[in-house]
Design a binder for this molecule. Structure first.
Ligand code: ADE
Length: 311
């Protein structure tokens, strides 16, 4: 399909429907190659024909979403990204530039990340050096801390959702399974994510908290260093059994500080994970950032210092 030629029936966000509104948004973009395909979306490279600036456009086919009962994903993703942006945005989280829809599809214009994702980096390299893993883990923690501070829980943190921009800094993406908390306690009753990263409280009590993302951060740190999942099995059911028993071990040579942080994140009781305390308390996210694994990290210049080379 050539989305750039599609008729745009409903331009832009609410409030933009003035008489002097600009021409339909889709015409501002020239579509390029497909960058990626998900279960419910395709992401295309796109260029703003006015400014020449390049973006990634996520296209979700309405009928496909409807057939799989996933229309809500599109709304949740937009809500979460707008919430993040309204709070000023974060360098480690994709920016939602514009949205529009036509009869067939939703279109989300996102900041472009040209260097793939951590998943493909892991695929190429097997595993990351401790220096690289620490760097990406720190960026992940920083991005998640910001997201949590604006009451968004991601719920599907995994290497393929950690995109890499021009400077090889992470950009967290895929907020389709996020939870935007509108009160203190957000509950969700459905399984939304990827088996390997599911926190045990999601499997037993059906309760989502910010702390579920901390568990997933533990899984991501483990995977970047070990080059494999902490919990793995032939079926989701068997993976869940291992998660509930905390049945994992570290490969030979796994760095001891990294081991320590993983052990403190992969804790069955969500309230006891490192960084799970309420803001301002002793075990808030500052405690996670203060872990010895992150001692070499310069948090103030984390998003401006160059990334370490991939070894
Ligand atoms: N694939 C999915 N989202 C992307 C983005 N924002 N940039 C590049 N590739 C992507």
């Amino acid at each position: 399909p050539a989305p750039s030629r599609m008729r745009m029936l409903s331009p832009g966000p609410k409030g933009s429907r003035s008489r002097s509104r600009p021409p339909p948004l889709g015409r501002d973009f020239e579509m390029g190659n497909v960058l990626g395909e998900g279960a419910y979306s395709t992401v295309n490279l796109a260029k703003n024909t006015q400014t020449g600036q390049e973006f990634a456009i996520k296209i979700m086919y309405k009928e496909h979403l409807r057939r799989h009962n996933k229309t809500n994903m599109a709304f949740v993703e937009k809500d979460a990204l707008i919430k993040i942006q309204t709070a000023g945005g974060h360098p480690g989280i994709v920016r939602l530039e514009r949205t529009w829809q036509d009869n067939w599809s939703f279109f989300y214009v996102l900041s472009l990340a040209r260097n793939g994702d951590i998943q493909s980096l892991l695929f190429r390299l097997g595993s990351l050096s401790l220096t690289c893993a620490r760097y990406y883990a720190a960026q992940l923690v920083d991005a998640v801390a910001f997201m949590h501070s604006v009451n968004v829980i991601h719920r599907d943190l995994k290497p393929e959702n950690l995109l890499l921009d021009d400077a090889f800094r992470i950009k967290l993406t895929d907020f389709g399974t996020a939870k935007v908390l509108d009160c203190f306690d957000g509950r969700a009753r459905t399984f939304v994510g990827t088996a390997q990263y599911q926190a045990p409280e999601l499997l037993t009590a059906s309760h989502t908290t910010r702390s579920s993302d901390l568990w997933a951060i533990g899984c991501n740190i483990y995977q970047m260093i070990a080059g494999r999942f902490p919990f793995f099995g032939p079926s989701d059911y068997l993976i869940f059994e291992k998660i509930k028993r905390l049945d994992y071990d570290f490969p030979e040579g796994f760095d001891s500080q990294a081991k320590d942080i993983v052990r403190k994140l992969l804790v069955l009781d969500p309230s006891q994970r490192l960084g799970a305390g309420a803001p301002g308390t002793e075990n808030d996210v500052a405690a996670l950032k203060a872990h010895p694994l992150f001692a070499p990290v310069k948090w103030d210049t984390l998003w401006t210092d160059p990334a370490p080379p991939h070894e």
